[in-house]
Structures are given as structure tokens and as C-alpha cells.
Design a protein around this ligand. Structure first.
Ligand SMILES: [Zn+2]
Length: 350
């Protein structure tokens, strides 16, 4: 099978695991809140394992973990001098895993990655130049380390997404660009979600869509509009949390946090979102619905784990290495088929 992204998308689904920030933090290799991917330098073996686990679960793309590995964030933690080693290490690990033969006839693609800078300010042109410089150096390293495609993601300013796409396109590599509007349901510079996506297509995005911040329920309505209006391939990578109309993103999701007062509290973000997670079937349902609409680039962002990526892949008809281990309730000790009657009967009371 071809290593060309668009050829593969024209033929069927392409799966992309994202959300490494949450997953590597959960595995104990990153500080929540600070969220700098030092793991490529400090625990390269843990990052390699993470990529391999997602690959085993069906991710066709190994996205280099350089999210937040940009100059501004490195400055914040006082480690600016490590920016190039960090980026190159992350890219090399991604390249190594993408080149493993374990995926059989379906070779993985390695993606270089740029993302929201958090310093972009629509009212301060100086920040635009700073951000463009950050994008350019990261893209240069990605190209140099042999990226097959580039992914720009999690943009909540339309103009920042346009700047990212412009920088990525200079590489001549296929470009995936996904936006992450916040709870106001509009980009922070006032452009609608749909208009931003239309503009990204006009400006040459090969795959345009949404990732992060929103769970299936609050991302799907926009995806429907986007799929209807765009001709290019569309991407859908929600978070794994039950966001609602009242709380469209995971930033302000209420929960009672184990308190008895029955009044929803603001959940400590992002470390106590666990009870609001979608189960695998909700994620599978989302993927199937998106695929049926004609969205072929699918994945999960924050909250993703390998089991959910397998669910996405299987929901759109793929069989992946981890399919060998999908649930098999037939052999369950209480809910299985050929089990003693005294255990079967006890199932409802257990
Ligand atoms: Zn995310």
C-alpha cells in the first residue's frame, strides 16, 4: 500500500492517534499543566513504546510528539537551548516506529507536527512574526528528519491556522490542518468554524478538519457542515470526554467531584476529567458516523488510548494487530456462553 496520504484517503479510512500529552502524562512521564514533551530526551524508550502501542492499535500515522515543543514553551520552562535536540529526538523516534515492519502491507506515515502557539494575539502583529518563526524552524527539522506529511493542529485563531498552513505548504509535503475552537463556538479572531475550514481548503490544505477540546457530541454538528461544504478530505479527532451543549469543550466541564452536595463543581482541569470519559462504544459510534458522512481521516485527541484507536479502526471496518485482543465475552466467568448455571444466574446480582 502506498505511503502517499491522499491516495490512501481516496481509497478508505486513515487512522491517526493523537492526544499524546494526556497519555504520556498518565503513564508518568510528563507534568500535567506544564505539558512540555521532554519525554523524547528524558525517556525516549517510553515515547517509542507509546508510538508502538498506538501503531499496534491501528494508527496509520506516527505523529512526532512535538506538541508544545516550540520555542515559546521551551522559553517558559527555561530550556530553550534544548528545542532542537527535543524536536529532532521526537522526529527520529517517530520515524523509527513508522518504519517498523510490524504493520505488514500497510506502512505507517511519519508526521511532523506544529500546533497552537498560545502567544498568537490577533491584536499584536509582532506575535505573528514570532509564531511564524517558530513554525518555520520546526518544519525545517521535520523535513530534515524525513517526515512524510505535516500536521498542524489545535488552532483556535483562524489567522494562526492560516499562518501554519502557509508555513507547512512551503515544504511541499501533504498538509493536514485541524482547528480546535473553544467554548464560544467561534474562532477567537471572530471567524466562524465553517468559514475557517473553507478558507483552509482554499489556501491549499490537503486535509482540513477539527481536533481536540470537543468530545463527539459537540464536534459532530460542525463536522457535518464542514463535510458538506468542503471538497477536500476532512479530519475528525475529538477528545474522549462527554462535552455538552452547555459545556462544548473540556475546559469547564462540571462534575460533583465526589462531593455530596449535588451541585456540579468546576472540575479541576485537566487532572480530574476521568469520570466524564466516553466509553469505547461511544468513540466507535462517533467514528462510524463520521466515516459514513464521508470523513476518512479519523482519530482521537486528548484522552486517546490504544484501545480507543482500535475501536475507531474497527468501527470503520479495519482489522488491526490489536483486533486479536478485542473483547471476547464468550469466555467470561459469569457472562459467557458455556458456563455453569449457578454462575450465569448470579450475573444480575454480582
Ligand atoms: Zn487534544
Amino acid at each position: 500500500m502506498s505511503k502517499k496520504l491522499l491516495e490512501r484517503l481516496n481509497k478508505g479510512p486513515v487512522i491517526c492517534a493523537e492526544g499524546f500529552l494526556f497519555e504520556i502524562e498518565r503513564r508518568g512521564y510528563m507534568s500535567s499543566g506544564e505539558f512540555v514533551p521532554m519525554v523524547s530526551l528524558e525517556h525516549p524508550e517510553a515515547l517509542e513504546t507509546l508510538h508502538k502501542d498506538f501503531q499496534h492499535a491501528g494508527s496509520d500515522i506516527v505523529e512526532a510528539f512535538t506538541y508544545n515543543g516550540h520555542r515559546e514553551k521551551m522559553k517558559v520552562i527555561g530550556k530553550e537551548e534544548l528545542i532542537e535536540p527535543l524536536n529532532r529526538a521526537a522526529l527520529k523516534i517517530a520515524r523509527k516506529v513508522a518504519d517498523l515492519k510490524s504493520t505488514g502491507p500497510k506502512p505507517n506515515l511519519m508526521a511532523g507536527n506544529i500546533s497552537n502557539s498560545n502567544i498568537w494575539n490577533d491584536k499584536d502583529k509582532k506575535t505573528h512574526l514570532q509564531v511564524e518563526k517558530m513554525f518555520n524552524e520546526m518544519i525545517d527539522w521535520a523535513v530534515d528528519e524525513g517526515a512524510d506529511i505535516l500536521i498542524g493542529e489545535t488552532f483556535y485563531y483562524a489567522e494562526e491556522a492560516y499562518a501554519a498552513l502557509k508555513a507547512m505548504k512551503e515544504s511541499k509535503l501533504p498538509c493536514v490542518i485541524t482547528i480546535a475552537p473553544m467554548g464560544e463556538n467561534i474562532m477567537r479572531d471572530g471567524v466562524s468554524i465553517l468559514d475557517t475550514c473553507k478558507e483552509l481548503e482554499q489556501r491549499g490544505g490537503d486535509v482540513v478538519g477539527m481536533n481536540c477540546f470537543r468530545g463527539p457530541d459537540t464536534m459532530m454538528p460542525y463536522l457535518k457542515e464542514i463535510r458538506k461544504s468542503l471538497k477536500c478530505h476532512v479530519a475528525a479527532l475529538p477528545i474522549n470526554f462527554r462535552t455538552t451543549k452547555e459545556h462544548p469543550t473540556f475546559f469547564n466541564l462540571p462534575d460533583n467531584n465526589g462531593c455530596n452536595c449535588h451541585t456540579p463543581h468546576k472540575t479541576p482541569f485537566p487532572t480530574a476529567l476521568d469520570p466524564m470519559q466516553c466509553n469505547r462504544y461511544e468513540i466507535g459510534k462517533f467514528a462510524k458516523e463520521a466515516f459514513d458522512l464521508g470523513i476518512n481521516y479519523l482519530g482521537v485527541c486528548c484522552g486517546a488510548n490504544p484501545m480507543l484507536i482500535r475501536e475507531v479502526a474497527e468501527a470503520v471496518g479495519l482489522k488491526v494487530p490489536a483486533s486479536k485482543y478485542r473483547e471476547n465475552m464468550e469466555n467470561h466467568f459469569m457472562y459467557g456462553q458455556d458456563i455453569p448455571k449457578h454462575m450465569k444466574d448470579y450475573g444480575d446480582k454480582a
